[in-house]
Design a protein around this ligand. Structure first.
Ligand SMILES: [Zn+2]
Length: 187
């Protein structure tokens, strides 16, 4: 279906907004080429743009896919992208991780990353990071004699009181209680 050039879509094109990439494609009448909204090619003129919902529709109108943004495929499938993001978190959970930083490292907008990650993993990136940190903390509490503050810092939550609150909220026990219970459980 051919769509209208709305202010919203126009803004997505000129700001190369990747969060619109699965929503439409734009073709430029003067060049005969069509692109994803995120394409970093030279911005077209408003009057020369046609918007299509599907890449196949642009091809039917004899537009050619842009070599730069490859709108007919070859883009990393979402599942693989999310696997890369997950690997990055697994390797870096002990550092300060923000959504903006993740998005930078994994080449997407924070909004698009959050949305795609949630759709595939059924939890947000922030929830995943927290779960990773709590799992690692549990392991350290059960199998090391390290003090709580050291464990807190090691799993990427340098603020110990916040770590204790987060741990209790997630597991129902404070880190000390958890450690005690693990010790008794192992006897
Ligand atoms: Zn392009």
């Amino acid at each position: 279906m051919e769509l209208g050039v709305t202010e919203e879509r126009w803004k997505a094109i000129i700001t190369n907004d990747a969060s619109y990439d699965d929503q439409f494609f734009y073709a430029v009448k003067t060049t005969g080429i069509f692109c994803r909204p995120s394409c970093k090619s030279k911005p077209p003129r408003w009057g020369n743009v046609r918007i299509f919902q599907q890449a196949s529709e642009a091809i039917r109108e004899e537009f050619r896919p842009c070599k730069r943004c490859k709108p007919t495929g070859q883009r990393l499938p979402d599942r693989e992208w999310v696997a890369q993001i997950t690997n990055y978190i697994d390797a870096h959970y002990s550092e300060k991780l923000t959504l903006a930083h993740l998005a930078d490292m994994c080449h997407g907008s924070p909004y698009h990353l959050h949305r795609t990650f949630k759709r595939i993993k059924e939890m947000t990136p922030v929830e995943y990071i927290q779960q990773k940190r709590i799992d690692k903390a549990k392991e350290l509490l059960a199998h090391s004699g390290k003090p709580i503050a050291a464990i807190s810092a090691e799993v990427g939550v340098p603020n110990t009181p916040y770590f204790i609150t987060l741990f209790k909220k997630t597991t129902g026990q404070t880190p000390s209680e958890y450690r005690q219970n693990q010790l008794h459980g192992n006897q």
